[in-house]
Design a protein around this ligand. Structure first.
Ligand code: TYM
Length: 345
């Protein structure tokens, strides 16, 4: 069966995404994810803190709850209204893990063997990686499909996981003779912020795990730090060109232009039209200005929110109640399809 002959999913549209509480959030998380969530908030997105995913690599138990609150603070500080978006910890909705087990039995080993993120994260000693790191994308499929989510705003690095989610949905629908039961969710990736690269190396992704703090702009960085990091960002000696094509082969320049475009809500072409012929001595201060204007207020709001953990806990609890109310009936339907005794009516 090809995709166009598949029975369509006729349920409601639902936006969902998640962020792991596994380190300081940075500009890549903001432009690739948070900013898109804010733009979609009138659709009532489900936004969780992926604490089940986080423990696929070691997390200090004394810090995990605080890291979870920090992501919740980042959601709110970026502009999400908890009355519109449901913000919750993944581990507070047991249906994620229950569906993940069923999906572990639907997904095929060959599919997981192709996942590039496992290869990157497990490094040279894959036999020492946790089993959870290997089945990570299956849990991600469960996160999405337990709500029958239809749209998933993410950065480009999540594309392969979204493809696997679609494969799982399709195979479940087929194996359990449930045409159209799960939607095939659409990743929302487009835009200049979908892949923000390191400030120290335009060929490496900006990442929480990069040992160099100068490689990223953290959401909690003060204005001074943002300016300094942009000043030190790696560049080349050429002035900015007139066309995008001329940026090819200049990964650092291309990255900084992309960051400016995403922050200023412009296209990369518009940025070049403004700065063509100018060197980084002119461009970097302008970039620092837009970066500070966006990030510094988010950092201020995050710090204020983190001083009020009671309020954050209230938001997380309310979000978890809403999420459980959607997930539980879907899990029940899934269990009935699988044929579990516990789902008999
Ligand atoms: P995580 O926590 O690594 O990242 C959170 C979001 O930030 C995006 N992102 C970036 N975007 C642009 N440039 C970058 N350099 C950059 N770095 C990170 C990520 O693409 C992501 O959207 N597996 C997910 C969390 C997750 C999830 C889900 C997401 C778990 N279950 C279900 C969506 C739906 C992750 O590790 O994100």
């Amino acid at each position: 069966m090809t995709e166009d002959t598949l029975p369509p999913y006729l349920g409601p549209q639902r936006v969902l995404s998640g962020i792991q509480p596994s380190g300081a959030l940075h500009l890549g998380n903001y432009l690739g994810a948070l900013k898109k969530f804010v733009a979609l908030q009138d659709q009532g997105p489900l936004l969780f803190v992926a604490d089940l995913h986080a423990i696929t690599v070691w997390q200090e138990p004394q810090q995990l709850a605080a890291q979870t609150r920090e992501i919740a603070a980042a959601y709110i500080a970026s502009g999400l209204d908890p009355m519109k978006a449901s913000i919750f910890p993944q581990s507070a909705v047991p249906a994620h893990a229950e569906l993940a087990w069923i999906f572990n039995c639907v997904a095929r080993l060959g599919w997981l063997d192709r996942m590039t993120q496992f290869k990157e994260k497990s490094g040279a000693h894959k036999e020492r990686a946790s089993v959870g790191l290997y089945t990570y994308p299956v849990l991600q499929a469960a996160d999405i499909l337990i709500y029958k989510a239809t749209h998933v705003p993410v950065g480009e690095d999540q594309k392969q996981h979204l493809e696997l989610t679609r494969d799982v949905a399709q195979k479940f629908n087929h194996d359990f003779d449930a045409p159209g039961f799960f939607p095939l969710p659409e990743p929302l990736i487009a835009g200049p912020g979908a892949r923000v690269m390191s400030l120290r190396d335009g060929r490496a992704k900006m990442s929480k795990s990069d040992p160099s703090d100068n490689s990223r702009l953290n959401l909690m960085d003060e204005a001074d730090a943002i300016v300094q990091k942009i000043k030190k960002a790696k560049t080349d000696p050429e002035p900015l060109p007139e066309t995008l094509a001329e940026l090819k082969g200049r990964p650092e320049a291309e990255n900084l232009v992309g960051i400016y475009a995403a922050l200023a809500d412009q296209s990369a072409e518009q940025v070049l039209a403004q700065f063509a012929g100018k060197g980084f001595g002119t461009f970097k201060p302008a970039l620092a200005e837009v970066a500070v204007a966006t990030l510094a207020p988010i950092g201020v709001r995050m710090r204020a929110l983190m001083d009020d953990p009671v309020e954050i806990d209230r938001v997380l609890k309310q979000g978890a109640e809403r999420a459980n109310a959607i997930a539980e009936p879907i899990l029940k339907e899934v269990k009935a399809k699988v044929g579990y005794w516990s789902a008999r009516s």
